[in-house]
Design a protein around this ligand. Sequence first.
Ligand code: SAM
Length: 202
Amino acid sequence: MPDDYFRRYSPADIFGNAHPLEIDLGCGDGKFLLEMAEHYPERNFIGVERLLGRVRGVCRQIEERKLSNAKVLRLESQYTLEWLLEPGSVSRLHLLCPDPWPKARHHKRRLVQEPFLTALHQALASDGEFLFKTDHPDYYEWVCEEMDQFNQNTTRYLPLDWPEPPSDHALFYPKTDFQLHWESQGKKIHRLRYRVNGKTAN
Ligand SMILES: C[S@@+](CC[C@H](N)C(=O)[O-])C[C@H]1O[C@@H](n2cnc3c(N)ncnc32)[C@H](O)[C@@H]1O
């Protein structure tokens, strides 16, 4: 828990070192977060999750696995990006199988829209990346359109290749619980990867 919800935190404030920080927004039961933290001890990971039961479960597993480079924050995703993290502090942000809010009257609840893209651009480091997956073709199209619109006057996110299976063996990227669930039902997972553009290194 942060000491103060009204100040900004750098990776050094949170972990006591300046290793690259990765955020898993809506980390759920934490499978991806825990496997990434085990695989990359030289990086720091924060899972953001609003459901207390899930947060407690992930905390327990972080302790059991003795991971000093992983933490879970029980907070709302947009607030975390916009107000809690120091601008330019995030190396990669993962948004994996978020709630797609399929009904038209609920589309306004979808996380990826202009305020989110603005807050994300602020939070990412000058070479930071945004990685997104969904089983929902309509949400995938929505994110592509939101990005195009956001980039209309100035290109602030550049699309990157993200082949499956990864051609770059260094790109260890475990599947989340929701990805495994949707794939077991025969659903295709759509993926997008962007690098932030137009920011200078601190
Ligand atoms: C569909 S689940 C996906 C979980 C995980 N990423 C996966 O792929 O297995 C979405 C998760 O995001 C959390 N969540 C949804 N909206 C959120 C928000 N605004 N802030 C924080 N967590 C949120 C939910 O509680 C849920 O655990």
